[in-house]
Design a protein around this ligand. Structure first.
Ligand SMILES: [Zn+2]
Ligand SMILES: [Zn+2]
Length: 148
């Protein structure tokens, strides 16, 4: 049996995710709570598609505003690399967010996993052993030990 464990602010929640359908439903359930109740994704909602800055659009790369510019000219590229990497991650999350909002459970799962370091956005897997199988395994182990 597989369980998804979510440490909410007030209580720990457990979801049975033994089947793919249950797993999809559990992530969608968490996504909806994160989105509507906790509003973890409001910065993604407001994220604008990024473009090149005004000077670069006019081919005046010397005056590039860097930071948020996505211009691919060599002189602009290196300067804006860090900002672009940061922006790339945000854009990736934004894409997943939009898909999840449209009902894509796989995207919801990926988004939740990407953002694991958020204080309340942690969800983890727990494997629960099947007691009958475990007993059998343990008996076999004991039998092996006897032989030695
Ligand atoms: Zn440029
Ligand atoms: Zn620029």
């Amino acid at each position: 049996m597989k369980i998804l464990c979510y440490d909410g602010k007030h209580a720990r929640e457990y979801y049975d995710i033994s089947t793919p359908e249950q797993e999809a439903a559990a992530y969608m359930r968490l996504f909806l709570e994160f989105d509507h109740y906790w509003q973890f994704y409001c910065e993604l909602e407001e994220l604008e598609p990024r473009t090149a800055c005004e000077p670069c659009l006019k081919d005046l790369h010397r005056h590039c505003e860097k930071g948020n510019c996505v211009c691919a000219a060599d002189s602009c590229k290196s300067q804006a690399r860090a900002a672009r990497q940061r922006g790339g991650r945000e854009q990736e999350q934004k894409t997943l967010y939009d898909k999840a909002k449209a009902g894509d459970a796989a995207a919801a799962r990926k988004l939740i996993e990407l953002r694991k370091d958020g204080e309340y956005e942690v969800a983890e897997f727990i494997h629960i052993n099947d007691s009958i199988k475990e007993l059998e395994n343990y008996k076999q182990e004991l039998a092996k030990e006897k032989k030695c």
